[in-house]
Design a protein around this ligand. Structure first.
Ligand SMILES: [Ca+2]
Length: 316
């Protein structure tokens, strides 16, 4: 079994990824930690509680903070054109979820405690800003050696970004946090736009899942419809399943081709939030990439197999 902490900013593709983790038979979802990004921390946390309740998810929800890792950094605007004002496609939902308790700990402390309780076993799947992870390792650096792996959805290495020509949203929203996470001596696998943008679930596939999967999948389809409308400007009538790609990596790494090398994040300037890897085979004069651990960047993916695995997991 894969013991997973899901660090997330729900978020429409986050919602699908959450249901994938909940339903995959080889995944034991230990907790959901929330981060701002697709909406404010209040909204993404409310959304996580809402999905936990609607989908009968046992894993606790722990709330992240409402400032970036570098508190001086201004917050990026919420991407309301992608995820809606409420972060879940503007479906009808309650203002607050009062009947589902929140874990009393802040997200970073939940991560520390859960890793310490399961030394060497926890896989953190982080599909929002890296804020909670960076705070966790700043507060308790010993956990770095106790985490099995960190799988990140974020960054872009040989393609443009999606919020600026240089930067992808999860990294751009808290670059200092991402740089801290990528340069720490733990195993990080980064699944970025290079591969996620190729990985599309069509509207027809989603509606088929809704037709066969009962109310839980009907809810997911309802949340996803406006997101499909948004992505249909870029891809053939379907949705890019960014966050699910990182979750699939946990159980099916053979569907990805990885490139090793240290990774740094540009912090400030016009390329703020750009992710740059120094491939480990390439030699350069001394640079800020030296003496940092090799991390793995996904350069190739088998998109049809990834989407099939997501679909089969959501509705067996
Ligand atoms: Ca996300």
């Amino acid at each position: 079994m894969h013991k997973v902490i899901f660090d997330t900013d729900p978020g429409i593709d986050d919602a699908m990824a959450l249901l994938f983790l909940e339903r995959h038979p080889e995944i034991d979802l230990l907790g959901i930690t929330t981060v701002f990004g697709n909406a404010s921390i209040e909204t993404t946390t409310r959304n996580a509680l809402f999905l936990k309740r609607e989908w009968n998810i046992k894993a606790p929800v722990a709330k992240g903070g409402d400032v970036t890792y570098d508190a001086a950094r201004p917050m990026a605007p919420w991407p309301v054109v992608v995820h809606g004002v409420n972060g879940l496609g503007d479906i009808d939902m309650p203002e607050t979820i009062d009947d589902v308790p929140l874990d009393p700990r802040p997200a970073f402390q939940f991560i520390i405690d859960t890793v310490r309780a399961n030394p060497g076993e926890v896989e953190i799947v982080a599909v929002g800003r890296m804020t909670n992870l960076a705070l966790a390792i700043a507060h308790d650096p010993e956990i770095i050696g106790m985490v099995k792996q960190v799988v990140v959805m974020g960054g872009s290495f040989e393609k443009n970004g999606n919020v600026t020509p240089a930067a992808e949203a999860n990294i751009h929203g808290d670059p200092e946090a991402a740089d801290a996470v990528f340069t720490a001596p733990w195993k990080v696998v980064i699944v970025g736009l290079d591969v996620t943008i190729q990985t599309v679930m069509t509207r027809t596939q989603m509606h088929d899942l809704a037709a066969r999967g009962g109310p839980h999948l009907e809810l997911l389809a309802k949340i996803s419809d406006p997101y499909i409308d948004f992505y249909s400007q870029q891809v053939e009538d379907g949705m890019v399943v960014h966050d699910s790609c990182a979750c699939v990596y946990v159980v099916a790494p053979e569907l990805f081709g990885l490139r090793p090398g240290s990774v740094r994040v540009v912090c400030g300037g016009i390329a703020d939030g750009q992710t740059i890897q120094k491939p480990s085979q390439q030699f350069f004069p001394p640079s800020p990439w030296d003496d940092k651990p090799d991390q793995q960047v996904a350069m190739t993916i088998e998109p049809v197999k990834v989407v099939d695995l997501v679909a089969k997991t959501l509705v067996p």
